[in-house]
Ligand binder design. Sequence first.
Ligand code: ACO
Length: 372
Amino acid sequence: MTYAAITGWGKCMPPAVLSNADLSTFLDTGDEWITSRTGMKERRISHVSATEMAVVAARRALACAGVDAADVELIVYGSCSADEQVPNSASGVQAALGATKAASMDVNTACTSFLYSLSTATALIRTGVVKTALVIGVEIISPFMDWDNRNVAVLFGDGCAAVVVQASDKEEGVLGEQLGCLADARQTLRVRGMGTAYTNRNVMSGDTEWDFDGQEIFKRAVQGMVQASQAVMKKCGVTPDQIDLVVPHQANLRIIEAVVSRSGVPMDKVMLTVERYGNMSAATVPVALAEALEEGRMKPGALVLLPAFGAGLTVCAHLVRWGDRVTPLGLSAAELPPLKKTALELVQEIRSHKARAQSAAGLRSARLIETV
Ligand code: ACO
């Protein structure tokens, strides 16, 4: 039997930190509300494209696994914030790395994109199609955030991490997963103003308005992740007391607490990054995985539960058996270019660019366009 072991990991976090206090300089919000409702204190704002972050994270993950880019046979790029629709972003990573043998695809299931990408790579390795894959979870939400909407602007951040997955004879990597989609609730989270629905409708592409029903998403997310976690544990014959570490999607501390307690796992087994990074969508789970390894919280042979949800509403839970190695084989010198601006300055640039463009005559509100 062939398994698909995770043998390398690397993250790339943009350096600019946007605090709750920064947000309250232009929004009617404050640290007390944000911290008590979400557990978030800070998030990162990227000064580079998503692909640039992905290339740095990928180089670090490859060095960690001791794998040459030339030996990668598959790149799966999990994200809902592609730099461009065509060509796909995975091909940009392939070109930058020189991974010329690699089939390259993008997967967009919003915040679950990394885990759906991991399922894709695992399936293609376990069925013998490829032996070595690079799986990326990356998000750059700041350019399409509706920065004047306090319901959403405080919740999200930018970031990236990648893992290397390789064929193995040992029972490692994804042991099982439960994937699903609560499409009857897809209207609860919609980013209007990006995509072909808005073409030729006098809407400025990227001038987004978010439909967001926070309380409904909250309920559905908790139910969906608990059910998916229970289903995958049952499928794999695992009980909650056997779980060594939970690395959940980090959309809200209260969601994580509800999911973990209903799944029967104690909070001290949970890896948290939500306070420092907010919700980085597809990047939250791989960044938290990389930090669990950096902080020595991942033990050799650990059984790890990864529950997540995203727009769609997509839900999933993966059960992963970690291998023997919890330290990198090598380190990469790859770095992002330096930055002279603050996160608040980067956000203000995005806001003023949109305001200037909006004031160009006759633009329509994306919210007025009917979609499915
Ligand atoms: N600052 C201050 N007040 C705010 C803010 C803010 N940033 N945002 C909303 N409010 C106000 C609202 O206007 C509302 O005021 P009103 O009652 O006068 O109308 C009030 O706060 C709402 O408060 P609560 O109902 O207590 O908020 P709740 O406890 O539901 O928390 C939250 C809101 C944080 C959005 C929560 O519902 C949540 O986390 N939902 C899930 C969100 C999520 O996970 N999103 C990700 C989706 S999927 C993905 O990951 C892509």
